[in-house]
Design a binder for this molecule. Structure first.
Ligand code: PLP
Length: 411
């Protein structure tokens, strides 16, 4: 039996909301990072208090146990995302490092002048800039699958874009529009064209069930801190055969089998990609976050997000002079809504919401400048939800936006 997701009860799991300064905070910046439950904080403290040693190095009992904890976390992640083997799970610093790993360890070595990399217009900078860098180093070209005016990928031009593509890198869910992309369809099309697929799942894995084996993608990236885990830990899922044939990303301790004066040979996957002392605390934390979310089950987390998104689309649409970007249907969105309000600058609006209503939202380009250019905007305000948010909080947001209109004399 899974635990019932009641936001008011769940909120009590998060110590930050008991802090006198933040007790009344309406935290709607979950797409940037989520708060951390007691269960995750305790797992990290427990690790440092009872099991801390460097991993994969010592033969003494404490180090062996620390190594077991680290590798158990990897197996927990593999099971959570439906990987066929724990060897397909590489720990990184986060989504950004995971995508850079693919760009440098796979693409830089495999792309030639004239090859094509395809991304989409709705990508976060971390799924644009690594490809720009690698294209400039290899002479490959970068093309962008367009976004329609209503915030979907324009699939009518998918085949034309994928023709001759070696890499197709796209987001599972947009951090600005909220759009959930038809990932299976995109992977299938890429495969038919012989392109390697890289899925940025930073905004999706925290919010819904994911099974990489069903999706059939080659790589998939996400971050621990957006799913109740700590910062500085992330995951690159990679299909085993591809990881096996890839060269390392970084060199150093632990990623080698043997180092000689005249060269080196590499450790097995996934350790080949984990140079240096790894973030054991992060691995413990992400596994604890997975355990925490699994009490509710990801279907329930998704239903809760959906309810809040439906509510937000309903009540925000009634606010005068609001422009909501992204799909009209909540079903096509992960749990977030971005908008502009009259001619109020999003930074001014976010400051007003914080000072007057204790609502934390994000304002700016959300690391998606090309998408904002496509939308004809420089910035938006974004409200993003998670399991401790309630429908009442969404209602307060709508009321606060109406007050902002009169405060800024924009009504
Ligand atoms: N991709 C998307 C869609 C994101 O929303 C983010 C973070 O906001 C990232 C990638 C980058 O994640 P990180 O900063 O954890 O590496």
């Amino acid at each position: 039996m899974s635990r019932r997701l009641e936001p008011e009860v769940v909120r009590a799991d998060f110590p930050i909301f008991s802090d006198p300064r933040w007790r009344d905070l309406i935290y709607l910046d979950n797409a940037a990072t989520t708060q951390k439950p007691r269960q995750v904080l305790e797992a990290i403290t427990e690790y440092y208090s009872r099991l801390n040693a460097n991993v994969h190095r010592g033969v003494y009992e404490l180090s062996v146990e620390a190594t077991e904890v680290y590798e158990r976390s990897r197996r927990r992640v593999a099971e959570f995302i439906g990987a066929r083997s724990w060897r397909e799970v590489v720990f990184t610093r986060g989504t950004t490092e995971s995508i850079n790993l693919v760009a440098y360890a796979w693409a830089l070595r495999n792309l030639r002048k004239g090859d094509k990399v395809v991304v989409t217009e709705m990508e976060h900078h971390s799924n644009v800039v690594p490809w720009q860098l690698v294209c400039s180093l290899t002479g490959a070209t970068l093309s962008y699958l367009p976004v329609t005016d209503d915030g979907y990928l324009d699939l009518s031009s998918l085949d034309a874009h994928l023709k001759g593509a070696r890499v197709f890198a796209f987001t599972y869910a947009s951090n600005v529009l909220g759009t959930i992309n038809p990932v299976r369809e995109l992977v299938k099309a890429a495969r038919e064209h012989g392109a390697v697929t890289v899925v940025d799942a930073a905004q999706y894995v925290p919010h819904a069930p994911v099974n990489v084996s069903d999706i059939g993608c080659d790589f998939l990236a996400f971050s621990g801190h957006k799913m109740c885990g700590p910062m500085g830990i992330g995951v690159l899922y990679g299909r085993r055969e591809l990881l096996e044939e890839m060269e390392p990303f970084q060199g150093g301790g632990e990623m080698i089998r043997e180092v000689r004066f005249d060269g080196s040979s590499w450790n097995e996957v996934p350790w080949k990609f984990e140079a240096g002392t790894p973030n054991v605390e992060g691995a413990v934390g992400i596994a604890a976050a997975i355990d925490y979310l699994s009490q509710f089950g990801m279907d329930q987390v998704r239903s809760h997000d959906l309810r809040l998104t439906e509510k937000a689309l309903e009540v925000l649409a009634e606010v005068p002079k609001i422009r909501i970007v992204g799909p009209e249907s909540a079903r096509d969105r992960c749990g977030l809504v971005s908008f502009t309000l009259a001619d109020i600058h999003p930074h001014d609006l976010a400051e007003f919401l914080d000072r007057r209503f204790r609502i934390a939202v994000r304002a700016g380009h959300h690391c998606a400048m090309p998408l904002h250019t496509r939308l004809g905007l420089t910035a938006t305000t974004r409200a993003s939800f998670y399991l401790y948010n309630s429908e009442q909080e969404v209602e307060v947001l709508a009321r606060a936006l109406r007050e902002a209109l009169s405060y800024f004399r924009a009504a």
